[in-house]
Design a binder for this molecule. Sequence first.
Ligand SMILES: Cc1cc2nc3c(=O)[nH]c(=O)nc-3n(C[C@H](O)[C@H](O)[C@H](O)COP(=O)(O)O)c2cc1C
Length: 194
Amino acid sequence: MVRSYRSTPIDAVVVDRILDAARRAPSAGFSQGVELVVVTSDAGRRRLAADAHEAEFLARGFDPWLSAAPVHIVVACDPDAYRSRYGEADKTASTPPDEWTAPYWWVDAGAVLMMLLLASEDEGLAAGFLGSHAFDDLAAVTGVPAGYETVGLVTVGHAAEPTRKPSRPRRRRQVSEVEHSETWGAPRRIEPSE
Ligand SMILES: Cc1cc2nc3c(=O)[nH]c(=O)nc-3n(C[C@H](O)[C@H](O)[C@H](O)COP(=O)(O)O)c2cc1C
């Protein structure tokens, strides 16, 4: 996740390729209930930066994140798209969305988010994610209608060297710490190399 950007604009064709990758993310029942609001105008990005209280972060020594990043992509999902899809004839035997163990529209939004991040990387660009909790009202600023759930905002652009380093770098877990072999708690046996 990159939170410091150069303000160099990104070609619209490149943005289109990133969005084209995102539309191919998997979705529960192929409901495709994730929507993207793309904001590249100075005024739109300034509004989003203000709604996320960027000035307060600048005062604390952070780089300008949203106002510098040339492309913002707001990710929103639509529970009704899933209810409607699972009302179709081929889905009547399936568990209805409101009884799911998790709202898969948020899972699908996560898959779209990952596609946006990876597609940006593939274009030689950097990307970051800011959750909707960080905004006063992300939906209102971007006009996302009632009934949709606004997940957050992906920034895309050229990375800049951050002026402020993370205060507490955290170690990434290794596969041996993440994987349980066959059942929970059993570590994978790593064969000694010859
Ligand atoms: C669901 C989710 C929410 C996140 N929310 C924020 C956020 O609000 N602000 C932020 O600076 N980073 C946010 N991040 C980024 C994480 O902090 C970041 O992925 C993590 O520190 C690991 O860094 P890396 O992705 O560069 O390896 C979020 C990431 C995810 C997946």
